[in-house]
Design a protein. Sequence first.
Length: 476
Amino acid sequence: LSTLAQNVQDAYAEYKTHEFLRQPLKQSFRLTLSLVLLLSTLFALWAALFMARRLLEPIYELARATRSVADGDYKSRLPVVHHDELGFLVGSFNDMTQRIHQARDAAALSQDQLEGQRSYLQTVLGHLSSGVLTLDDQLHIRTANDAVNALLDMDQPLENFANTHLADVARSHTTLQAFYDQLLPEFLEAGKEWSKEVRLFSDFGRRILMCHGIPLPGSVDDAMGQAIVIDDITKMVKAQRDAAWSEVARRLAHEIKNPLTPIQLSAERMAHKLKNQLHPAEQKVLERSTQTIIKQVDAMKDMVNAFRDYASAPPASYASMDLNQLINEVADLYVGIRAEVKIERQLSTDLPNLFADVSRLRQVLHNLISNAIDAIGDHSGQIQIVTDYVETGATHCAELRVRDSGVGIAEDLLEQLFEPYVTSKPKGTGLGLAIVAKIIEEHGGMVSAANLAEGGAEITIRLPDKSIMDDTLKSV
Ligand SMILES: Nc1ncnc2c1ncn2[C@@H]1O[C@H](COP(=O)(O)OP(=O)(O)OP(=O)(O)O)[C@@H](O)[C@H]1O
Ligand SMILES: [Mg+2]
């Protein structure tokens, strides 16, 4: 029993010891458990946030990328991290932006190429000496290069009238109107290729244009437009004609002139030999006949010479000369030839010296004054010779006008007045004005003829002044 009591006592003593430790132990457990709980909660929170981030990050990235695509940046690519629906979405997005990027690159490239081709075409067209005019099927202007403006004497570029009907523009532009009138039948035959020669008269003289029409496929509604290529063939036609006339002149001079001298000599010899063998009456007839033969042969020689001069004149010799002085010199020769014809002069004091061939310009004046005298005929009248220093576009030129109060130029001759062999006179050669035109052309000038409202005719000649003429001559 005592052992038992002893055991109880020991147990009690041990209990007491433990009793003493119970409180701190309890607290320590509570602390430990709270700590564990806190850590677990924090860990759970971190894990939740981590998972949420992992899930939402690609969506944020996608949203950011969408914004930059909306701002026009098609280069951004998103990393494909997941292999689930989100990964598929990101992959599709990448695919889409890449395709848009490529399409945009291709569009920009073709736009660049188109722009390049356009400016290439524009440069080529701008430097072409041929005019190129394009019209739509309704004859509205589409494009026109610089040469067209020069050929049709446009004071402002024809391209400024894009989408306007050609006829509307032509109404206020004389040369264009003539061009339009002559080509209208061809314009209306759209869909076919055509060629036509057009003759225009303007301030700058006569112009022969070769026009070719080419159908163009329509851009919008398949309606056909047309391109018209215009070439100035005035010089070429003239050169061809001159070459042909030279050849004819050479042959004619050869064929006609050679027998003329023997005819003349024979007539003279016949008159001389038969002089004392005939009755006075027959002698008179003989004399008159031989005189006629000699005179006519002389006239024929003159004609042949004039023709030869027209076709093959020696090279001109240019020097500084005073046009007014030359006019006075030539006009003085005509003063008093016919009392009823007055020769008036209005010579400009501003006129600078010209760089020209005096003897050829003298020939020009002789031809013009004698034509004017012929036009006045047996009536009384006056001839006015006027000089001026005028501005033509960017340059200056000397202008000479010979005006008369004669019958005026026959309407049907007006167009071909400067062609050889155009004459209304029974004894005229028709070479006078052809020679004038040739000389003026050689001087880089232009000549035109018109009838005056008050009656009579006026021939106008324009010659570039010295400096410009130097350039023309250099380029010949
Ligand atoms: N001042 C003028 N007034 C009226 N008609 C003119 C005038 N000048 C020229 N003509 C017309 O132009 C035509 C051609 O003139 P051009 O000088 O070339 O030859 P032509 O005078 O007939 O011959 P040629 O000069 O050999 O005498 C003339 O026949 C005439 O009909
Ligand atoms: Mg004449």
